[in-house]
Design a protein around this ligand. Sequence first.
Ligand SMILES: C[S@@+](CC[C@H](N)C(=O)[O-])C[C@H]1O[C@@H](n2cnc3c(N)ncnc32)[C@H](O)[C@@H]1O
Length: 232
Amino acid sequence: MLQRARNHLVAWLIERHPRVFLRWKKIGKHRLGEEAGFLRAHAHLVREFSGLQRFEERYNLWALARSVARLPGAFAEVGVYRGGSARILCEAKDAAPLHLFDTFGGMPDVDPTADGAFRPGDFADCSEAQVRAFLAGFADVHFHPGIFPASAAAAEPYPPFKFVHLDVDLRRSTLDALAWFYPRLVRGGLLVSHDYGDVTVPGVKQAFDEFFADKPETVIPLWFSQAVVTKL
Ligand SMILES: C[S@@+](CC[C@H](N)C(=O)[O-])C[C@H]1O[C@@H](n2cnc3c(N)ncnc32)[C@H](O)[C@@H]1O
């Protein structure tokens, strides 16, 4: 109850007095006050639920997604859960299509030797209907429920992609997503993943390092846990 009231107050501050919010965050010199789309998405996430991405990670996602604005192609996310990061992508994507892939019913099988403490069925407290409602105001958003990459087959062919966000936590899911998206990314397109630098999510770094070992691209770690790859 108290937390809810606090979240509403912070969201109000972000929307009405962004400069005060930024000073309160001790980043008063940052140009973030000019990024209306990011502030709108962040305020919404603060108001609705805490979400799984840190403030800095939300901003990275926003800035990286905005950086591909002039490239042709679609956006995609694998690992949507309740739509927290997808909301940032919706605000950032302009008129590009966004394809969202998740079971919308919890984690598939996990590999206990690679996936830390994750268990099948984790993140089951969501539904496709809930996320559709959460993102209802945004155009050209497409839902692909089921275990990826099998879930992608029904909607083939896809346009080339310019921005792919992965937040799947698991080694197998990350490897499958990299194998599926890599040949579908336009040159200069970005592959961004959550959790690369998080020691409690070891499968993501394993999958990225293994997949890119024989590729020309470099995996660049970001603060706090993300990594980004530019398709050459
Ligand atoms: C950490 S949550 C995503 C959080 C979300 N990005 C956010 O900002 O709140 C991880 C999600 O990955 C999904 N996931 C993992 N592997 C998957 C796969 N192979 N196919 C579909 N969904 C998968 C799970 O169902 C879960 O919803």
